[in-house]
Design a protein around this ligand. Structure first.
Ligand code: OAD
Length: 234
């Protein structure tokens, strides 16, 4: 990819970029966990009905993410950020911390962060790497005793800081999307906004996403194959 000195790169990543680090994608694994659809676990309704069950799911995801390492695609994005500085912005739908561990700084987790929790009443996120597997011993707030929940955006909730996302997209000249099926909005709609603004759009992944027709260029390949080469050839 050729970048000029005035280009601004907006990158959107999804579960596919962490697939080669050993973290299962949502649709790739059939969207199932322990026989349940992810959509039935990652919701406010599931939390209301059975918080222990929901904590069990996120404790398992914390364990898996802690055992995983960033791959060449995460590292390639950290390198391009070093070159572009504030002309780079990374918006991820992923809740793992592999981008940060690869060296990314200008990053926004629109669906929340696996290693943060928050009190359902005070709403202040705090760092948390604990596992809550014991239904009799779920965490509560030290200030107000209300339940502590994962700092994750569930289905039916609004992604975090959409204003900044739209603002950053408006200022960019290239939208690069990596490893997302294009089936969850509003993330899947960013390519349509980019098209309205005349922003160049590129998708990288082993198969076409649901919104493939909206992209100017589709590069079929895995993130670790396609991303490092993309930046080498600029
Ligand atoms: P999906 O599981 O829907 O899609 C993963 C995408 O990654 C698919 O399009 C795969 O083709 C692609 N993929 C697989 N292996 C890859 C590789 N090695 N390199 C590049 N791409 C690869 O995951 P998302 O689109 O991220 O939301 O899912 C979006 C949201 O739905 C998630 O953030 C989550 C989920 O439910 C919430 O939890 C709110």
């Amino acid at each position: 990819m050729h970048l000029t000195s005035t280009d601004r790169l907006f990158v959107l990543t999804g579960a596919g970029i962490s697939a080669e680090s050993g973290l299962a994608t949502f649709r790739g694994s059939g969207g199932l966990w322990s026989g349940h659809r992810v959509e039935d676990v990652a919701t406010p309704e599931a939390w209301q009905a059975n918080p222990a069950f929901v904590w069990n799911f996120y404790s398992m995801r914390r364990r898996n993410a802690l055992a995983a390492e960033p791959n060449a695609a995460h590292i390639a994005l950290a390198h391009i950020e070093q070159q572009l500085g504030d002309r780079f912005y990374l918006c991820t739908q992923n809740v793992d911390d592999l981008h940060e561990r690869a060296g990314s700084h200008r990053i926004h987790h629109m669906h929340g962060s696996l290693f943060q929790s928050r009190c359902v009443r005070c709403n202040q996120p705090f760092p948390d790497q604990s596992f809550y597997d014991d239904a009799e011993n779920l965490p509560t707030c030290s200030q107000c005793s209300a339940p502590i929940r994962p700092h994750i955006v569930w289905f039916g909730e609004i992604p975090l800081d959409m204003d900044t996302i739209y603002d950053q997209l408006d200022r960019s000249t290239i939208l690069l999307v990596v490893g997302t099926s294009g089936s969850v909005y509003p993330a899947a709609g960013l390519v349509h906004i980019a098209n309205q603004r005349g922003i160049r759009t590129i998708y990288i992944g082993p198969e076409e996403p649901t919104n493939a027709e909206a992209f100017e260029q589709i590069i079929l390949g895995s993130a670790t194959q396609a991303l490092p080469t993309l930046f080498e050839t600029q």
